[in-house]
Every structure is written in structure tokens, then in C-alpha cells.
Design a protein. Structure first.
Length: 236
């Protein structure tokens, strides 16, 4: 088959020391149930892990960290669990934003805002405004997020079907490294477009047990990989 041009990875991060890392933080519910506790207990524990991983991401020189906090499919969960998560996310943003701003972190939230409780959408706006000038780490939190929905919206907003234009309309960069905790090995509609060339890493560790040390080890695994983007890897 002849093609007029080769598809190119869009805006690939060439500097592996400032990668865009995405994490599917799975396993909170099972972690809580294994301890005879209600599922929101696992999410509470998971929020503590987010703090530790953000700190380590800064120390590791990660450029962007995208966290899957609430998918558009998670509305199907029992109402108390959903309400608990919304409240947890609001508290996280209110409490953490000042410290994150001081650490040079910029916070952005991906996903739909129109279905979120007012208190959470206000906390999102405030956190985004307060941290807008951060340049150390771009912390992207996905809430009511579906990659397919984001793609449809970006396609509608883009006059041309160009890869870079669509990437720009999505307001994102390529994911270099995707980690999923909790033992499952799928993308669950997270950053599908952005993960076109992502290196993937799956760990059995449930999110509440995931440590900064394991995160650093995961990054070492990523940095040891050779990425050829479909071409031929250069031999040093
Ligand atoms: C998946 O585990 C996890 C979630 C749906 C929620 C993730 C949220 C947090 C870690 C809380 C805080 C986040 C931030 C950004 C402050 P699951 O409940 O599906 O676990 P299971 O597969 O064991 O049931």
C-alpha cells in the first residue's frame, strides 16, 4: 500500500528527563475491602499516596503528571462512594493547592465540568487560577473524564484533521509513560490519543500501597527502555 506521508508522533517529548507520566490509580476499593473497610476508605488512603507521588515526581524531574481520579463511567458507582470521591477531590484541591503553588506546580483538571458538584468546580477553578504560573510540574487531574468524549469534542473544535492540531485542541502532549496500579492491564478510556506511543507499565500493587520508591523504580524501568517510534533505534 502506498501512502503520501508517514504518520508522525505528535510533539514527542525528546527529553526523557522531563517525561509526561500518566497514572491509572487502581485498586483502592479492593485495598479497603481486604481490610474489612468501606471502599471510600481506600480512596482516602489513595489521596495520601497522590501527595507522595507528586512530591517524588517533582524530585524526579517529571514534566507532566496526569492522574485518572474519576472516569465518566464512575458515575455508575453507588451514590455514597461517588459523593465521597467528589468531596475528597474538593478537599485535596483546597488543601494542597497553596503548597503545590509554592512548589511551582501548575494544576489543570481534564474532563467535563458541567456534572460536577458546585463546590468541586469552584475548587478546581480556584486551584487552576492560583497555580497557573507554575513551571516545575504540570499536574493534570482527570475528573469526569472519557478520552473518547474528549476526542469527539476536540474534533468538533478543530477545522483540520491534522494530528498536531487535534493534539493542540485536546490541550495536551504525548504521554511518554503510563503506569497502571492494581493488577489490571487496560487503558479504561484514559488518554487514548496521547498514549499512541506511550511506554506501558503495569504493577500488581494497589494504589494505596504504591510508594514513592516504587514510582522511582517504575521511572528507572521507563528510562532504560529504547524508544524508536516505529523507526530503527539508534545504537549508542
Ligand atoms: C480506582 O480504584 C480509583 C478511583 C476510581 C479513584 C481514584 C481516586 C483517588 C486515588 C483519590 C484521590 C485522587 C486525587 C487526585 C486527590 P477502584 O475504586 O476502582 O479500585 P478497585 O478496582 O479495587 O475496585
Amino acid at each position: 500500500m502506498q501512502t503520501t506521508r508517514s504518520p508522525q508522533p505528535a510533539t514527542v517529548t525528546p527529553d526523557a528527563t522531563k517525561p509526561h507520566v500518566a497514572i491509572i490509580m487502581d485498586g483502592n476499593g479492593r485495598w479497603a475491602e481486604a481490610r474489612g473497610m468501606p471502599r471510600p476508605f481506600g480512596h482516602e488512603a489513595g489521596a495520601g499516596v497522590v501527595r507522595a507521588i507528586v512530591s517524588r515526581a517533582i524530585a524526579e524531574g517529571v514534566g507532566a503528571l496526569s492522574l485518572y481520579a474519576f472516569s465518566s463511567y464512575n458515575w455508575r458507582r453507588p451514590e455514597p462512594e461517588v459523593a465521597g470521591l467528589m468531596n475528597l477531590l474538593r478537599r485535596f484541591l483546597l488543601v494542597e493547592a497553596p503548597q503545590l503553588r509554592d512548589a511551582g506546580v501548575r494544576i489543570s483538571v481534564l474532563g467535563r465540568r458541567d456534572r460536577l458538584p458546585l463546590g468541586l468546580s469552584k475548587a478546581i477553578g480556584a486551584a487552576e487560577r492560583a497555580t497557573a504560573n507554575g513551571t516545575t510540574l504540570h499536574l493534570r487531574i482527570a475528573i469526569d473524564y472519557s478520552a473518547r468524549e474528549a476526542l469527539l469534542a476536540a474534533r468538533e473544535a478543530t477545522p483540520t484533521a491534522d494530528i498536531d492540531a487535534l493534539t493542540q485542541a485536546l490541550g495536551t502532549t504525548e504521554v511518554d509513560f503510563l503506569i497502571r496500579t492494581g493488577g489490571d492491564r487496560r487503558l479504561s478510556d484514559f488518554l487514548l490519543w496521547e498514549c499512541a506511543w506511550a511506554e506501558l507499565h503495569f504493577t500488581q500493587t494497589g494504589w494505596p500501597d504504591y510508594t514513592a520508591e516504587e514510582f522511582s523504580a517504575s521511572l528507572a524501568d521507563f528510562r532504560a527502555r529504547t524508544r524508536s517510534f516505529g523507526g530503527v533505534a539508534e545504537v549508542a
